[in-house]
Unconditional design. Structure first.
Length: 432
């Protein structure tokens, strides 16, 4: 064979399409796209761990590309076809009633779970499975408003998330100006209480020595903060957010600070709505700060009253209209007494069936064992503060020595723990 012929055959072999053994053609045939039902069934019936992971990856990827109507059908499929098998459950209950063995009990417990929970568990095991399920639930929450029957599917995800996101798995990390930029960008994006409009504003909240920020992370979502709290170290309990957020101020030496102020708490993942992290976060941060700074005497929030204006619009529309007509915050002084009187009613006269406070933020902090410490007129004079809270803010006090006792009293007796200072502010209604 000549050299030229050798090289010609070599080149031809490089560019020639390989001949495929007919017996292996099925590997290369274009497969018909699977339906949603088939993707789900493949995950549900997979026998081996590897095949289950493969099918779960395909299912989640498929779901991520579905439009809203298609995704609703997916959740409806889970609701209808992957429910508890009542016949098998009834038989298991009868067997356990006859013979109360551990084997029968385990079988009964397994059959009492909807089959879709196991599908979610398998999806959780894939790459970034946890965060992808959290994002999937975010979309589900939008559907449950018009499709209440899907709340059963949502209940299963919440049940699993409460196990996967329990306090033992959460990692507390400080957030500061040295934190990686991709995390800081998310702090800006997720800030839900006092909007951060620029990197300069973020720096003003993180860089000064009298400011702190802490966030909870989960090992399966290490680049995604779950919830974060911003803290100001001050000499006194602040009465407004304007002084806390202003850039030009007198900085406090942390060793001279007497008060730690939790002035903004933001949940970052809408897909984890309904799963409480804030109570753990506040108590953990308060405990850690008390060890770091022995001079700290009080741990308080500076909180909005987000449901107040909405309640007032329904209850006292004429007063609400007066707020609507206010051009400058100082003009609210003319109706200060009326505002505080209404606030007393809002706090102490529950219109809920469970007799808990009307306000969501109040329910959260009082339910955590905090007490109502101080009412702040003109506490937030921003347009958002006036729109939601009539410009009012509240300090809730976390006394670490009695917080558990307060929690039990509040839950059992529905009694709001309140300071004399706050009583005096709301005296007109509080004494009724």
């Amino acid at each position: 064979m000549t050299k030229i012929k050798f090289f010609q055959e070599l080149i031809n072999s490089l560019f020639e399409k390989p001949k495929i053994n007919k017996s292996l053609n099925f590997l290369f045939d274009k497969k018909k796209p699977l339906t949603t039902e088939e993707y789900v069934e493949n995950v549900a019936t997979a026998k081996g761990e590897v095949s289950a992971l493969g099918h779960a990856e395909l299912l989640i990827t498929h779901c991520e590309h579905l439009n809203d109507s298609e995704l609703i059908k997916f959740f409806e499929l889970l609701r209808k076809n992957y429910e508890v098998n009542t016949d098998d459950l009834l038989l298991a209950m009868q067997n356990y009633e006859i013979k109360k063995t551990s084997e029968n009990l385990v079988k009964l417990m397994k059959l009492s779970e909807p089959l879709r929970r196991d599908i979610f568990r398998r999806c959780n095991a894939i790459s970034r499975g946890t965060v992808r399920l959290v994002n999937l639930r975010q979309r589900l929450l939008e559907f449950t408003i018009k499709k209440p029957e899907l709340r059963a599917v949502d209940f299963d995800l919440v049940y699993l998330f409460k196990n996967w996101f329990n306090r033992g798995f959460l990692i507390l990390r400080p957030i500061n100006w040295e934190t990686p930029a991709h995390i800081l960008e998310k702090i800006i994006a997720y800030e839900a209480v006092h909007e951060i409009n620029s990197w300069d504003e973020l720096r003003a909240r993180l860089a000064p020595k009298d400011r702190r920020c802490f966030a909870f992370f989960h090992p399966a979502m290490q680049d995604e903060p779950i919830i974060f709290v911003e803290v100001a170290l001050t000499r006194e309990i602040p009465s407004n957010i304007q002084n806390v957020l202003q850039k030009e101020r007198v900085f406090v030496d942390p060793e001279e600070a007497k008060v730690a102020v939790f002035y903004s708490i933001s949940n970052c993942q809408k897909g984890l709505t309904g799963i409480s992290f804030g109570n753990f976060l506040i108590k953990q941060v308060a405990t850690d700060l008390s060890f770091e700074l022995k001079n700290l005497k009080k741990f308080v929030t500076l909180s909005p009253i987000p449901g107040f204006r909405k309640w007032m619009k329904n209850k006292y529309p004429k007063l609400d209209l007066k707020i609507e007509k206010v051009k400058k915050p100082d003009q609210l002084s003319k109706i200060k007494d009326d505002l505080l009187n209404c606030l007393g009613e809002y706090f102490f006269k529950s219109e809920r069936s469970d007799q808990m406070p009307n306000d969501t933020v109040a329910r959260f902090h009082l339910g955590n064992g905090a007490s109502l410490e101080q009412i702040n007129f003109l506490g937030d004079v921003s347009s958002n503060g006036i729109d939601l809270s009539g410009g009012l803010m509240v300090n809730y006090l976390y006394d670490l020595e009695v917080v558990e006792q307060n929690h039990e009293t509040f839950i059992l007796e529905k009694k709001i723990n309140i300071s004399k200072n706050a009583q005096n502010s709301l005296m007109k209604y509080y004494n009724k």
